[in-house]
Design a binder for this molecule. Structure first.
Ligand SMILES: [Fe+2]
Length: 380
């Protein structure tokens, strides 16, 4: 027997407009969308709530928070994966690219050992067994100025269906950490370093960049090609860096740190992603360009929840207010990220797309999630 979900009297957020109507999802796929306010027998009356595509998240560190809830506390991985999955479902995210770091630094206590391969196996097993509420893919965060990057990346291959490889260089004094004061506050607080230790830490990381930066960037680009993954840049700051990213075949830019870099991305046809917390808080916690400024200049295409899953939906409604355009703002958390990650089967309310939808009411300006469905199945 077919599994049917029928939502009626909803404000359906389509790609280009909002209509009042009904949507039918049969066996996991959108089967019918129709305008009008009637509520047929058996349909759910959404009472004018918004029904939107499920959110697509390309870069979240949230899984790390679950596997290491406190520094040095290694939580059992399967329960951590399940709790992370349920948390994302509860915020309206129906597709996630889980960021796993590849590349450890042994010489400069980075707080990281190699963990990505093992965790990826556990994630892929849980996915294959059907344990997840939402759709999960792997995003490898390639820390290019690290000692073990290429050996960790060599352990992955096309069968892992790695969706995204992002090229990261967090060497102090540039990109995300152009301003050393923000880094200093973060590192000294997180690792309890004093001034001398911090200076040594910075010197160590700069030595690593000189040794590995170029070679590992070339290697990581080749690995992404071997996997068939989309390549992302990270924290690009200058037009030159964006040019280099374009030459590497980057599809989207994570968190460009200046307006100059965002404008260069647009010139090269690279989609710009900014963090939802930056948009919600009205600025970047590292002192970089405000997502709001890029949004006002229409240099923003994708929003990522980054380190606060529930910020994704909230930021979409804030952006909708700023732009006075709910469909365009919704696209930044649905169809634009889906497209950037090469997923054509989701991100829009359109017949034939996956039946990933959310129902949202507004309390003042705050979105209140009333239901989340993944392939037509209720998951939150
Ligand atoms: Fe970064």
């Amino acid at each position: 027997m077919s599994q049917v979900l029928h939502l009626a009297n909803a404000r359906l957020v389509l790609s280009d407009r909002v209509i009042t109507g009904q949507i039918v999802i049969i066996d996991g796929q959108i089967d019918m969308i129709e305008q009008g306010d009637d509520v047929p027998v058996g349909a759910v009356n959404c009472q004018g709530d918004y029904v939107m595509p499920g959110l697509v998240e390309l870069h979240t560190d949230n899984l790390e928070r679950h596997i290491e809830p406190r520094p040095k506390v290694d939580w059992p991985h399967l329960p951590a994966l399940l709790a992370h999955d349920a948390e994302l479902a509860s915020t309206g995210i129906t597709t996630v690219f889980d960021a796993l770091r590849v590349g450890s630094i042994h010489s400069a206590d980075s707080g990281y050992g190699a963990y990505a391969r093992k965790l990826a196996d556990e994630l892929l097993d849980a996915r294959a067994a059907g344990h997840f509420k939402i759709s999960h893919f792997i995003h490898l965060r390639a820390e290019i100025c690290s000692e073990t990057l290429l050996e960790e990346m060599a352990a992955f291959g096309p069968k892992d269906r790695v969706g995204i490889v992002s090229l990261m260089d967090h060497t102090p004094g540039q990109r995300q950490f152009r301003d050393l004061t923000a880094l200093k506050t973060y590192v000294m607080k997180k690792r309890g370093m004093n001034d001398v230790e911090f200076a040594e830490h910075v010197a160590n990381l700069r030595t690593l960049q000189a040794r590995f930066g170029e070679k590992h960037q070339t290697g990581a680009v080749a690995e992404a090609r071997r996997y068939g993954a989309v390549l992302a840049s990270h924290d690009d700051t200058t037009a030159d860096q964006v040019r280099a990213s374009a030459a590497n075949g980057v599809g989207f830019a994570e968190f460009p740190t200046t307006r100059e870099a965002a404008a260069a991305c647009r010139a090269h046809g690279i989609a710009v992603m900014m963090g939802a917390p930056n948009l919600v808080r009205g600025g970047s916690h590292s002192g970089n360009v405000a997502a709001r400024e890029l949004a006002e200049a229409e240099l923003l295409n994708i929003i990522s929840s980054d380190y606060v899953p529930s910020a994704l939906l909230l930021s979409a409604f804030q952006l909708a207010k700023l732009w006075n355009d709910l469909p365009a703002a919704t696209a930044c958390v649905t169809q634009n990220p889906a497209k950037a990650a090469g997923l054509n089967d989701r991100g829009k309310l359109l017949v034939g797309q996956r039946g990933d939808v959310i129902r949202v009411a507004l309390v003042g300006d705050t979105p209140l999630l009333r239901g989340v469905w993944s392939q037509g199945k209720r998951v939150a």
